[in-house]
Every structure is written in C-alpha cells, then in structure tokens.
Design a protein around this ligand. Sequence first.
Ligand SMILES: NC(=O)c1ccc[n+]([C@@H]2O[C@H](COP(=O)([O-])OP(=O)(O)OC[C@H]3O[C@@H](n4cnc5c(N)ncnc54)[C@H](OP(=O)(O)O)[C@@H]3O)[C@@H](O)[C@H]2O)c1
Length: 246
Amino acid sequence: MKKIVIIGASSGIGMRVATDFARLGWRVGIAARREELLKTIKDQYPDRIEYMGLDVTAPDAVERFYKLIEMIDGMDILLYAAGCGWYNPELRLTDDIRAVAVNVAGFTSIVNAAYRYYKETANVHRGRIAVITSVAGVKGIGISAAYSASKRYQWTYLQALDQLAHQQHVNVGITDIRPGFVRTDLIKDDPHDLPMVMSLDYVAPRIERAILLGRRIATIDSRWAVVTGLWRLVPPCLWKHIGLDL
Ligand SMILES: NC(=O)c1ccc[n+]([C@@H]2O[C@H](COP(=O)([O-])OP(=O)(O)OC[C@H]3O[C@@H](n4cnc5c(N)ncnc54)[C@H](OP(=O)(O)O)[C@@H]3O)[C@@H](O)[C@H]2O)c1
C-alpha cells in the first residue's frame, strides 16, 4: 500500500487531498495543530488514516513528523500544505513574523527532514516531496509582503533541493504546486472581491494529478499560469503602480 504524509491537513487543501488519497486506498498520515479536526478526518477512514498533532514552528516538529512516518510505516510522498498569510497593508509585525515562522522556518524544518529521510531510505522506491506554494511567489505583493516573499523562498528552496538530489544521487522528486486563489479559510477574511477564485472540487484533482505524474512545477490553473506569466514581464518601475485597491 502506498503512503503519503500531509502536513497542514486539518482544513482546506491539505484536508481535501488527504481524504481523496484515503478513498483511493492509500495509507495517509495527517498532521496540523488542531487535533480535534484531525480526529474527525481519521474517523472517516479509520483503517487508512493516522494523525499527529504537530506545530511546524515548535522544536519537536521534526521528531513528531518522523513518528508519523513510522505510524504509517513509511512515506512515498510528503505533501507540505501548511501555511498562513494575511491581507496586511498595515504591515502588522506579528502577522509578518508568523507568516515567516510557518512558511519559511516551519517549511524548512519539515522539507529538510523529508529530504534527509529519503536520502537514507529511498534507494529502491522513488520518494517525492510536494509543496503547496502559491502563484504569489512570482512578485512582491504590497498587501501581502511577508506572504509573497515566503512563497518565493519556498520556490527557491525546492529548486535547490532538486539540484542537490541530482548531485547527491538521492532518489527523490520535487513538486512545486502553485495555485491561484482557492476558496478556503486562508482567504476568508480578505476584504476584496477576489478574482478567479477556484473551488476545492476544481483544484484538488489537479493537485493530485500533478503529484502523481511527478510534475516539477504545476501552476493551477492555466488561467493563473497566463496571468502570472504576464506579471513576470512587468518591469519593477511599472509593477509598483499595479495592485488591489486598499
Ligand atoms: N487558499 C488560497 O487561495 C491559496 C492559494 C495559493 C496557495 N495556498 C497555499 O495552500 C496552503 C494551504 O492553505 P489553505 O488554502 O488550504 O488554507 P487553510 O485551510 O487555512 O489550511 C492551512 C493549513 O495549515 C495548517 N497550519 C497553519 N499553521 C500551522 C502550524 N504552525 N503547524 C502546522 N500546521 C499549520 C493549518 O492547520 P492548524 O491550524 O490546525 O495547525 C491548516 O491545516 C498554504 O500554504 C497556502 O499558502 C492557498
């Protein structure tokens, strides 16, 4: 039986992908801080899902992550779906620091630990590290400075790991999944009428396909790939004039 560990599975994208993989017959290890939510997800597939309360910013995050891998007897795929970010034109420092703690430091702890796990164990079966990053990494976004910067960090770290795995002959593939807006708790407090918001029903199968096909980078969806392709072409002197109304 194939095994996937999903960090950030108590709600939103991570929760949806976890139940989809369990329905497909995979063993699924899920983690996040809200254990009561994780338990209700396990109750849907008690034989296939195990859970672990885990805060990616806590000193014991890696230890708990490794314990969860043991609980499902291995890990073919890690999906890192934990994340936070805020509409923050006021630059509230606590929120910026929180985004960095989860999306940069927490991400690094878990993804680094997954790479080392595969370096030691995945000689025969290919492992995979997949991360839900975001299209937001393409440029600095004024109203979400720390969030957009943290997503760019994730893109770069994953690119580096892909190169390192090649250099060190580590049998692990890297998948960077970059969705546009998805209707989840993450954007529920945003005061704007956000454009091109996608449902979980629409996004989840596209994410799962990207992981299973071993895509290196998947922008979800093609409309967002076009929009962000255009963003890349905008020079800094023009970019600063573009943005959502405050
Ligand atoms: N929604 C969008 O529009 C959108 C677009 C592009 C990318 N993304 C990315 O997709 C990922 C998933 O977000 P979502 O939209 O599914 O939002 P969500 O429903 O808020 O899910 C976020 C998940 O991260 C977990 N998490 C947050 N802080 C954590 C911590 N310190 N330790 C462990 N887990 C933590 C949460 O669990 P607990 O609170 O229980 O810990 C929750 O399970 C994020 O990285 C986000 O940046 C979202």
